[in-house]
Design a protein around this ligand. Structure first.
Ligand SMILES: [Zn+2]
Length: 460
């Protein structure tokens, strides 16, 4: 069996992965806070950890993958107050949209997708235990984690003490014993959602949610904890502090999760993606004009730890690459696919090397171009694609063929180029050229259909 090596953010080195519990791998990744549409940075996280889960399932007999939904948070409450809807209505709606958008990107549902509001008793237990052991204190309806009580605080991010206060130094709440202390529980106003607790009616802080949900569903310690690099501090640092201190294992930062995996940032056309720059790209919007599989391919073109620059060119290129691959599969249509064919070693080996997706995609491209015996080639391409979450559709459907038969001589690549030229012409408002291309293709017996996913063609 292939060794899997992973870069561990906690030890800051690449390690050979060995599951704590021999045959059962347990992984947790921080999921979305659901009050609006997911942007492609969120989508990158979902796709990266979906691929981790697929790889682990290929290597080990049992994998439990948990990724949560944060459905109680100040931003959600603000969104509910702004729209006049209930928090529950908003979170149900956006969790549903998140799941269907991610499914379109080939993201399989995690084994468990716990909601924070369903895990309140476990959070209250953890908070009680932290108070009992002198790591937390109640003050003015709040419960706070006392950071100086945990000598190893900062071990994941490596942040020095004076940088741990992030934002808090501007205005430190009067009830905090130390500016770095963070909220475990906060009071809710009568009109806000809240739960009864020994410290009054209130709601959890964000960090305690993940400590409670991961422990409830996976047990401690578990193997892999993941999330976006932006969560390393303070969110993941605080999860470690809560979970280690609640269980009296504060000398061992790995007693919560053994390996920490963080995916890198995403930029858009070379710039930081931000509301103020107006360049936030929503997965939901891109899906209206592009197949989810092309988005997934694009998100896997960079190594997960590296920054990914999202560009329209890169997206179009990803779509063209998939067109070419599906074209090859279509040519191999007649070949029988043996069942349960092993994933080609070149692809598996690349993924086992800290999920090296650029190398895995290069290996897949080489496979598609190879002149291996068609009777095995098709199965090998489909098996490699199955692991990567690609190439599982009917090639005819992907390429937009209607009832094209095996002896077809249609040149998909040339038509694809003409369609792109037509799309650009329409964008440039050069409708004369756009119509000319349509007429030219029509004379060749090719019909164009403009759909929400973009222009498609098929034999008329
Ligand atoms: Zn989390």
């Amino acid at each position: 069996m292939n060794d899997l090596s992973l870069y561990n953010s906690l030890t800051r080195r690449k390690e050979v992965f060995t599951p704590i519990d021999g045959s059962h791998v347990r992984m947790y990744a921080c999921g979305p806070t659901v009050y609006n549409y997911a942007h492609i940075g969120n989508a990158r996280m979902a796709v990266v950890f979906d691929l981790f889960a697929r790889l682990l399932r290929t290597l080990y007999p049992k994998v439990t993958y948990v990724s949560n939904i944060t459905d109680i948070e100040d931003k959600i409450i603000a969104a509910a107050e702004a729209s006049g809807e209930t928090v529950e209505t908003i979170t149900r709606r956006y969790a549903g949209i998140y799941n269907s958008d991610m499914a379109a990107l080939g993201v399989r549902e995690p084994d468990f997708q716990p909601r924070a509001t369903e895990t309140i008793p476990e959070m209250l237990n953890l908070i009680g235990s932290l108070i009992q052991q002198g790591h937390a204190y109640a003050a003015e309806g709040h419960v706070l984690f006392h950071v100086p009580s945990f000598a190893n605080y900062g071990g994941l991010s490596g942040r020095p003490r004076d940088e741990q206060i992030a934002g808090a130094r501007v205005e430190v709440a009067p009830y905090k014993r130390d500016p770095a202390d963070f909220v475990l529980w906060k009071p809710s106003a009568p009109h806000q959602p809240g739960w009864d607790s020994p410290w009054g009616r209130g709601r959890p802080g964000w960090h305690i949610e993940c400590s409670a949900m991961s422990e409830k569903l996976l047990g401690l310690p578990f193997d892999v904890h993941g999330g976006g690099a932006d969560l390393k501090f303070p969110h993941h640092e605080n999860e470690i502090a809560q979970s280690c201190c609640a269980h009296g294992t504060e000398d061992d930062l790995a007693s919560f999760a053994k390996i920490w995996v963080h995916n890198g940032f995403l930029t858009v056309e070379g710039e930081k993606m931000s509301k103020s720059l107006g360049n936030v790209i929503l997965a939901h919007d891109v899906l209206k004009r592009m197949p989810g599989e092309a988005i997934r391919y694009m998100l896997l073109t960079a190594h997960y730890r590296q920054p990914l620059d999202w560009t329209e060119d890169g997206l179009q290129q990803s779509k063209r690459t998939l067109d070419r691959m599906y074209q090859r599969l279509r040519e191999l249509k007649g070949a029988d696919v043996p069942e349960n064919l092993a994933v080609p070693e070149t692809v598996l080996e690349a993924l086992c090397d800290d999920l090296n997706t650029p190398r895995a995609l290069a290996a897949l491209n080489a496979l598609v171009r190879s002149d291996e015996d068609p009777s095995v080639l098709k199965g090998r391409i489909v098996a490699a694609g199955g692991l990567l979450g690609l190439l599982q559709q009917d090639p005819d459907a992907w390429l937009g063929y209607g009832q094209a038969d095996a002896g077809d001589t249609v040149d998909a690549e040339r038509i694809g180029k003409l369609l792109e030229e037509r799309q650009q012409a329409r964008k440039d408002r050069n409708f004369a050229r756009a119509d000319e291309i349509r007429d030219q293709l029509a004379s060749e017996g090719i019909a164009i259909e403009d759909t929400p996913q973009g222009s498609q063609w098929k034999k008329a």
